[in-house]
Design a protein around this ligand. Structure first.
Ligand code: ATP
Ligand code: MG
Length: 361
C-alpha cells in the first residue's frame, strides 16, 4: 500500500532518541512545537473557569516522526490536538507548526486531520463528501477524480458503493475510512489523527495501521491520539503520556520500556514470610510458587539459598506498554493524592493558628 505522492524525505531508518520534549533532535528539524501551552475552558452562563484541561505543555515533534499521545479519558489529548490545529485558542503559551503559529492559513493547507467524532453529511454519498473536501483544497476535474479513486482504494472502500450509498447507511468502520480519506485529501505533510482505530474491527484496525505505516514510510509526520496501546506500540517512534492535562512522560517506546526492573520467579520450598518480603503477586501451582521480584537478583538468590528454597526459573520481565502506562498513571495519581493531603493538612494547621491568634487578641 502506498500513498499518492513520492516521499520528500527518505523514510526513517532509526528510532529517534528519547528527549524530554524540549531538546532539539540532532538529525531532524522540529516540525511541531508547543511551549508552556495551557488551556482553561470557560463554561456556563457566567463563563466560569473549569480546572485546566492542559497545563504547561512543552513538546517538540520532529519531521517524519510518528508520535502517539496516550492518556485516560479526559486527559486533554483532543484539547492538545485542537490547539495545534488552531481550532481553539490557548489560555497561555503557544504552538507552532512548521515554524508558523498554530492556526496559520497557509500551514492548514499542508495538514490533514481526522477528528475524534467526525460529522458527516448523512445524505451525501462517500464520493460526494470527498469531492466536497477536494473542492475545499482546490482539487478539481480529473485530478480530483484520480485522487478520490486513489484514496478510496487506500482506505479499502469500494468505488461503486462510495458513489451510490449515502453515508447514513455506512457502518462505523466505513465512516472512519471515509474520514481517513478526507484527512489525506491534500497529501498533507503532517497528519493529525484523533483515535483513528476507534470503532474498527481487527481487520479495520490492521488496515489503518497499514495506512499509517505507509505514510510513515513516505516521511510524513504523524501525530495521533489513541487508547489502543498495542497498536501504538507497533507504530510509534515516540509517545507521550498525558494525565489530567500534564505530560507524565515522553520518549521512545524502546527507551521507556527498555530497562527491565523486575523479574518473574518460579520456585519451591522456603518460608512464606520471607518470600512475602521479596515477591509481589505470589501464587501457587503444582507445588511451585510464582511471583514477581523487584530488587537485586543476586541478593534474592542468596536469601533463597539460605532458607533452602529452590529457584526453578528467574527471568527478566519487560513491562508491556499497557503495564507501563498503568504504572505511570497510578504513580502520578498517588503522588498527587499525597500532595493534596499535605496541602489540606497545612491549610488546617494555618486555620488553627488563625483561630489561636484571634483568641489571643
Ligand atoms: N469544549 C469544552 N468545554 C469545556 N470543557 C471541555 C471542552 N472540551 C473538553 N473539555 C474538558 O477538558 C478536559 C479534557 O478533555 P479532552 O476531550 O481533551 O480529553 P481526551 O483526553 O481527548 O479524552 P478522551 O480520551 O475521552 O477523548 C475534560 O475534562 C473535558 O471535560
Ligand atoms: Mg479525545
Amino acid at each position: 500500500m502506498t500513498v499518492a505522492s513520492p516521499p520528500s524525505t527518505p523514510p526513517p531508518s532509526t528510532t529517534l532518541p528519547a528527549t524530554n520534549g524540549v531538546a532539539a533532535s540532532p538529525h531532524r528539524p522540529v516540525i511541531i512545537r508547543t511551549e508552556l501551552l495551557r488551556k482553561v475552558y470557560r463554561t456556563g452562563f457566567w463563563l466560569k473557569a473549569a480546572p485546566p484541561s492542559l497545563k504547561h505543555c512543552s513538546l517538540d515533534i520532529y519531521k517524519g516522526e510518528t508520535f502517539g499521545l496516550l492518556g485516560p479519558n479526559g486527559a486533554g489529548k483532543t484539547t492538545l490536538l485542537k490547539l495545534l490545529l488552531g481550532i481553539i485558542r490557548p489560555t497561555a503559551g503557544g504552538a507552532t507548526l512548521m515554524g508558523q503559529p498554530a492556526g496559520d492559513g497557509q500551514t492548514k493547507a499542508k495538514i490533514g486531520y481526522l477528528p475524534e467524532n467526525p460529522y458527516f453529511y448523512d445524505y451525501l454519498t462517500g464520493w460526494e463528501f470527498l469531492s466536497y473536501t477536494a473542492g475545499l483544497f482546490g482539487i478539481k476535474g480529473s485530478a480530483q477524480k484520480r485522487q478520490i479513486t486513489y484514496l478510496l482504494d487506500l482506505v479499502q472502500l469500494d468505488v461503486r458503493s462510495a458513489k451510490k450509498k449515502q453515508m447514513r447507511r455506512y457502518s462505523k468502520g466505513m465512516l472512519q475510512r471515509v474520514g481517513m480519506a478526507q484527512a489525506l485529501m491534500n497529501d498533507p505533510e503532517i497528519v493529525f489523527l484523533d483515535e483513528p482505530m476507534s470503532g474498527l474491527d481487527p481487520t479495520g484496525r490492521y488496515q489503518v495501521r497499514e495506512i499509517i505505516l505507509s505514510l510513515k514510510a513516505q516521511g510524513k509526520t504523524l501525530f495521533f491520539n489513541s487508547h489502543v496501546l498495542s497498536d501504538v506500540e507497533m507504530i510509534c517512534d515516540r509517545i507521550a503520556i498525558l494525565d489530567q492535562g500534564e505530560i507524565v512522560c515522553i520518549g521512545a517506546i524502546k527507551e521507556l520500556l527498555g530497562n527491565p526492573d523486575y523479574y518473574k520467579v518460579k520456585g519451591h520450598g522456603g518460608s512464606l514470610d520471607v518470600l512475602d518480603t521479596w515477591l509481589k503477586n505470589i501464587s501457587f501451582r503444582d507445588g511451585y510458587w510464582y511471583g514477581t521480584m523487584h530488587g537485586d537478583p543476586f541478593e534474592f538468590m542468596s536469601t533463597m539459598r539460605l532458607m533452602k528454597a529452590q529457584i526453578a526459573k528467574l527471568e527478566v520481565a519487560k513491562p508491556t506498554l499497557e503495564e507501563f502506562f498503568m504504572e505511570q498513571i497510578q504513580q502520578r495519581r498517588s503522588i498527587a493524592a499525597i500532595e493534596q493531603e499535605r496541602l489540606a493538612r497545612s491549610k488546617a494547621g494555618k486555620k488553627r493558628w488563625g483561630r489561636g491568634g484571634a483568641i489571643a487578641q
